[in-house]
Design a protein around this ligand. Structure first.
Ligand code: GLY
Length: 409
């Protein structure tokens, strides 16, 4: 039960990040409302769900690796509590959470050198990885191509089905009576700059917020970039404004439509193949023709093949060229993929930031907190993001602080 007079948070965005934050806050007794016209339909719907901090980053991205490792550590308890709250029982079946590790494979001499460097780096950090020969890789994964010359096994890496995770989060929120406003947010409501421009936006003395309120004097609610005044709610396209003590912007690639945040869409096309027998026992990835491709097996026999990385604005068309590249590269790793039935193809937009790190925490504008910019790691980093906003992760809070960018409003 939320404490009487407690701060009311309105979370804009019902993807894996927004829903996870909402669930953790609600579980901690905070009053929250989620706004999204179509929850769980954006990047989270397209995501493969790799919980793979070791194989997702390069050794040039040490802070991202630290965040990923910290969040991966949180995943087992997060999944167990989520499965319980959603009434699903075992997270392995309910969320398809698996932890058999990721195998990074190499074809050419250059790839092998890169794997050696990565292995040495992980060793230095004390992260468990195992360098394997081509033959050892095929012993683990017999469907791998004979041309695979070596690999790196990250045995601690895991994966999950993001569609099951978001469905579970929605079920858990419903059980906690968290309002879900299925409306399009078109802008942030602001008090005029100067009227109440102090504080960090996290103070909780504004009882009565979080309700659908209509226009109020002294407020402005334009779309896009803000004008510096305290954020006091959200403007909706087809419903009355909704007021808040704090707005948490978790709108992924669309975040820059509501505030001046350095987030851009990075398109990813992905396909799901249906396999009568599982082709793989663990996630497999590799670099083919200079592009990274990964194959993620699901418990129900599906094999997810992803993903392209395209800077195409808000274009979400699935293209013949994108699918061709995915299949061409996946076939180099696992030739048997071409025999499989195509179950689903989809394009999503990752929220990219200039330094590939997410933006989590107070924006600098009172009343506006960010939980966005997770780029390739929204599913992996969702538990950590919620923990940062609950004040449980100080190192991550520093790394992800929006204060590293100026002029967010
Ligand atoms: N995390 C994998 C991707 O964004 O493609």
């Amino acid at each position: 039960m939320p404490a009487k007079g407690a701060q009311v948070d309105v979370i804009v965005g019902g993807g894996v990040v927004g829903l996870s934050v909402a669930w953790r806050l609600a579980r901690a007794g905070r009053p929250v409302t989620v706004v999204d016209p179509a929850p769980a339909s954006g990047a989270s719907h397209a995501a493969a769900g790799m919980l793979a901090p070791v194989s997702e980053v390069t050794y040039t991205e040490a802070p991202l690796l630290r965040l990923g490792v910290a969040s991966l550590r949180r995943w087992p308890a997060f999944a167990a509590e989520l499965a319980a709250d959603a009434g699903l029982g075992d997270p392995r079946t309910g969320l398809d959470l698996r932890s058999e590790g990721t195998l990074d494979v190499a074809f050419g001499a250059d790839d092998l050198v890169a794997l050696d460097e990565l292995a040495a780096y992980m060793d230095k950090l004390g992260l468990p990885v195992e360098r394997l020969t081509g033959r050892e890789c095929r012993r683990l994964e017999p469907m791998l191509a004979p041309s695979v010359r070596g690999g790196l096994l990250a045995p601690g890496d895991a994966w999950v089905d993001p569609r099951r995770v978001t469905a579970a989060l929605l079920a858990a929120l419903e059980r906690l009576d968290v309002p879900l406003v299925r409306e399009h947010a078109t802008g942030l409501l602001r008090e005029d700059a100067g009227r109440d421009g102090t504080g960090d936006g996290d103070d909780g003395d504004r009882a009565g917020r979080g309700s659908m309120g209509g226009d109020r004097p002294g407020l402005s609610g334009g779309t896009g970039g803000g004008s510096g005044g305290r954020v006091v709610g959200v403007r909706l396209r087809d419903a009355p404004d909704i007021s808040a003590d704090r707005v948490i912007l978790a709108a992924g690639a669309w975040s820059a439509e509501l505030a001046d945040v350095p987030v851009r869409p990075v398109k990813g096309q992905i396909m799901r193949l249906r396999s009568p027998q599982p082709l793989l026992g663990r996630c497999v990835r590799g670099t083919v023709h200079g592009a990274s491709v990964y194959l993620v097996p699901r418990g129900d026999g599906e094999l997810v093949v992803g993903a392209t990385q395209e800077e195409m604005g808000f274009d979400t068309r699935v293209t013949a060229g994108g699918l061709y590249e995915l299949l061409r590269d996946a076939r180099e790793l696992v030739p048997g993929v071409t025999e499989l039935e195509v179950a689903d193809v989809v394009a999503g937009l990752r929220p990219g930031t200039p330094d590939n790190l997410p933006l989590i925490g107070p924006s600098g504008t009172p009343g506006l907190t960010l939980a966005t910019g997770h780029h390739r790691g929204g599913v992996l980093l969702a538990p950590l993001t919620a923990a940062v906003l609950l004040g449980e992760e100080s190192e991550a809070a520093t790394l992800c602080s929006p204060a590293r960018f100026r002029d967010i409003s």
